[in-house]
Design a protein around this ligand. Structure first.
Ligand code: ADP
Ligand code: MG
Ligand code: MG
Length: 212
């Protein structure tokens, strides 16, 4: 595939819902160690609500409009930190696309960058604070590098997902400086950040939705 369409966005959201539901308990267990054991439940509730919106009659026509619908749904259905963070991410991604119908490699890199910038604007975390930003920032950098090198949309997404998963794995030794885990101070070290792990899952879902 050389370009992605609304169908890819819909498939991405559906695949995100599927994988979040499948990994629900794992994400809960990660959050139990350094948080309040609800990350899997929060995301499962949110993405289930998104799928319900997609199943309710016709979804919007453009990629941006579908992302915006998902953003609003996540914001209104997910309590806790992750709902507003992922909601803002998808809203900024939607805005970066505007009325664009066909998403090429540069648009993919652009929408991921906008999503990351939204998370940072909302949560004010820096790299190394042991949050989902530690998955998103390497993902955005890898996507930008791949797009500039002439990679396909599938290759840009794969580069992003691989970097996100590596970034998530690298949160284990870190001491949390943002969010609930920061209350634990040094005791937060030795555990993966749940939101960084879920970000890797969601970005891998974007790859799988592209049929790579
Ligand atoms: P809550 O902490 O309110 O229970 P969740 O458990 O759903 O919410 O989400 C926790 C995740 O949210 C963390 O693992 C982290 O990745 C992310 N997070 C929390 N605060 C921030 C922040 N300020 N910036 C970026 N990400 C954050
Ligand atoms: Mg939690
Ligand atoms: Mg909570």
């Amino acid at each position: 595939t050389s370009t992605l369409t609304t169908d890819w966005v819909v498939a991405w959201l559906r695949e995100s819902a599927r994988v979040v539901s499948e990994q629900r308990q794992y994400l809960i267990d990660l959050d139990r160690a350094i948080g309040d054991a609800d990350h899997g439940e929060n995301l499962d509730r949110g993405f289930t609500a998104v799928v319900k919106k997609l199943d309710d009659g016709d979804h919007p026509a453009t990629p941006g409009a579908v992302l915006k619908l998902a953003a609003m749904t996540l914001m209104s259905s997910v309590g806790g930190a992750a709902g507003p963070l992922y909601g803002t991410a998808l809203l900024r991604a939607a805005t970066s696309l505007g009325d664009t119908e066909l998403i090429g490699p540069n648009e993919v890199a652009g929408l991921l960058t906008a999503a990351r910038d939204g998370i940072v604007a909302r949560g004010k975390a820096e790299s190394g604070d042991k949050t989902m930003v530690d998955a998103w920032t390497p993902a955005v950098e890898a996507a930008g590098t791949a797009a500039m090198a002439g990679a396909s949309v599938a290759e840009v997404l794969a580069a992003a997902a691989n970097a996100a998963n590596a970034g998530a794995a690298a949160t284990e030794p870190l001491i949390a400086r943002k969010g609930r885990a920061s209350y634990l101070g040094e005791r937060s070290a030795g555990h993966l950040d749940p939101g960084a792990v879920s970000s890797g899952l969601i970005l891998q879902a974007a790859v799988d939705a592209a049929g790579a």
